[in-house]
Design a protein around this ligand. Structure first.
Ligand code: BES
Ligand code: MN
Length: 444
């Protein structure tokens, strides 16, 4: 049985690869207002790919002008379970092309990887679903439903509305979220926890207008120095997040070897880890806080002026078990009580997405573990956490609390999602495709 599926995987891979390359050529950067037509194109192409596999598809949006999601259904045998397949067709900005070793929008193979923005996150997730359907043709063992969103990388603002508008068409017994990854090359994983996210922009103001730094420096604080103090207050000396009231979860029972952390994290030589607790606690079950943007005058051309106002973007990852409502309240309280020198601090919430903690037991998990073990030739999947976020999961579970959620994906430790030289490990992708086909068979 599995041999037959294996040869079907081989048969569909060339066309799957070609379709993936076409998707990668579409610059569906949801964060870029100038490329929203590309997000439309990726929705269109995604819909066509599924339609070609016999899925009854529709492109939907929460309101006119909202990002396009692809939903659909292909019926399986009477009485078979319904499985909702999730991925996203939008991608992160490619940023500086000079940092890439090959053009970000031209899929390029080197040393067994296919490079390009979205080649993994998450266009390969889409293609794993297409491939599974292509493998089964008209012998689909389950009823498949589809939800491929176009705004995941910008916080899924219209998701709740979309889920509400299409509730009956998205209901499922099991949902497969192909937007995470595996533990290592050759070692599969099921992702059982994800952190939430709160992003907040802050502005610190110390002057009503810019003034000469020589005339007024020493008496009036400049906004950049003041903002730097606020930012510095957010961590303690050990590097733990200093915001009081945030939840932290227990250590996950996984050993992440130091050499792997060093190699995979991209940490520059000599960099010390921040925070306390085991490394996987710090990455998966404790909060983390980063500054991901700063608005301030450029160094080149900086004049001798006290800068009146400065802005920063704070990205707070929220531990599983916490809520974004609590985390946001704690963060704002901290910020407001750590502004020195009477400066004014204002904040704007950019977006929030809830954390997820999954009870990885039950028949769907048994089916998934068996499928993964078979696809990886006897290596059982690791239950892992990830530090990133997929807001859809919590929203979906809110709408369908009875569903079993399986978080799978194509990423490996060197995927470099969101960075330059994002790439898909092609041999692992083959296993991901086989695993998804085996999973659908097992669920059926
Ligand atoms: N695929 C990632 C989520 C992820 C990250 C899975 C790390 C496994 C490991 C997803 O596309 C993503 O980047 N999500 C955003 C969500 C945010 C905009 C709400 C994230 O985590 O920053
Ligand atoms: Mn993703």
């Amino acid at each position: 049985m599995s041999n037959e599926l294996r040869s079907k995987v081989q048969a569909v891979l060339p066309s799957v690869r070609k379709d993936l390359e076409d998707l990668v050529r579409i610059q569906s950067v949801s964060a870029d207002p100038d490329r929203l037509s590309e997000v439309e194109r990726s929705a269109q192409r995604t819909a066509e790919l599924f339609a070609a596999e016999g899925v009854d598809v529709e492109i939907v949006r929460a309101y006119d002008g909202a990002p396009p999601a692809v939903i659909g259904e292909k019926k399986g045998p009477e009485g078979a379970p319904t499985v909702l397949l999730y991925a996203h067709h939008d991608v992160q900005p490619e940023n500086d092309h000079a940092d890439w070793d090959s053009p970000p929008w031209e899929p390029t193979e080197r040393d067994g990887r296919l490079y390009g923005r979205g080649a993994a996150d998450d266009k390969a997730g889409i293609m794993a679903h297409v491939a599974a359907l292509r493998i089964f043709g008209d012998d689909l063992p389950v009823t498949v439903r589809l939800f491929i969103e176009g705004e995941e990388e910008v916080g899924s603002d219209t998701l709740v509305e979309l889920l509400g508008q299409h509730q009956e068409r998205l209901a499922a017994d099991v949902i497969v979220i192909a937007d995470s990854g595996n533990w290592d090359i050759g070692v599969p994983a099921l992702t059982t926890s994800l952190r939430g996210l709160v992003r907040v922009d802050i502005e610190v103001r110390t002057l009503t207008h810019a003034v000469h730094s020589g005339m007024w420096g020493g008496l009036v604080p400049d906004s950049l120095m003041t903002l730097a103090r606020v930012i510095a207050s957010l961590h303690d000396d050990a590097g733990d997040v200093a915001v009081e009231g945030l939840h932290r979860g227990p250590a996950a029972d996984v050993d992440y070897p130091e050499e792997r952390l060093r190699a995979e994290s991209g940490a520059a030589p000599g960099i010390e880890w921040i925070g306390t607790g085991s490394s996987v606690e710090r990455l998966w079950t404790k909060p983390s806080l980063s500054i991901t943007g700063l608005d301030a005058p450029k160094v080149a051309g900086a004049s001798n002026t006290l800068v009146p106002a400065a802005r920063a973007r704070i990205s707070l990852r929220v531990a599983p078990g916490d809520t974004t409502e609590n985390a946001l309240a704690c963060l704002v309280r901290h910020l407001e009580s750590h502004v020195p020198w009477g400066a004014t601090l204002t904040h704007t919430v950019v977006d929030t997405g809830e954390a997820t903690q999954i009870d990885a037991t039950g028949p769907a998990y048994d089916a998934a573990r068996a499928a993964f073990t078979e696809a990886w030739d006897g290596t059982a999947p690791v239950d892992m956490g990830v530090g990133g976020s997929i807001p859809f999961i919590a929203e979906f579970l809110e709408a369908f609390p009875q569903a079993s959620v399986l978080v799978t994906g194509v990423e490996d430790p060197d995927t470099r999602a969101h960075g330059a030289n994002e790439g898909l490990h092609l041999a692992e992708f083959e296993r991901v495709v086989l695993a998804e086909a085996l999973l659908l068979r097992n669920l059926g």
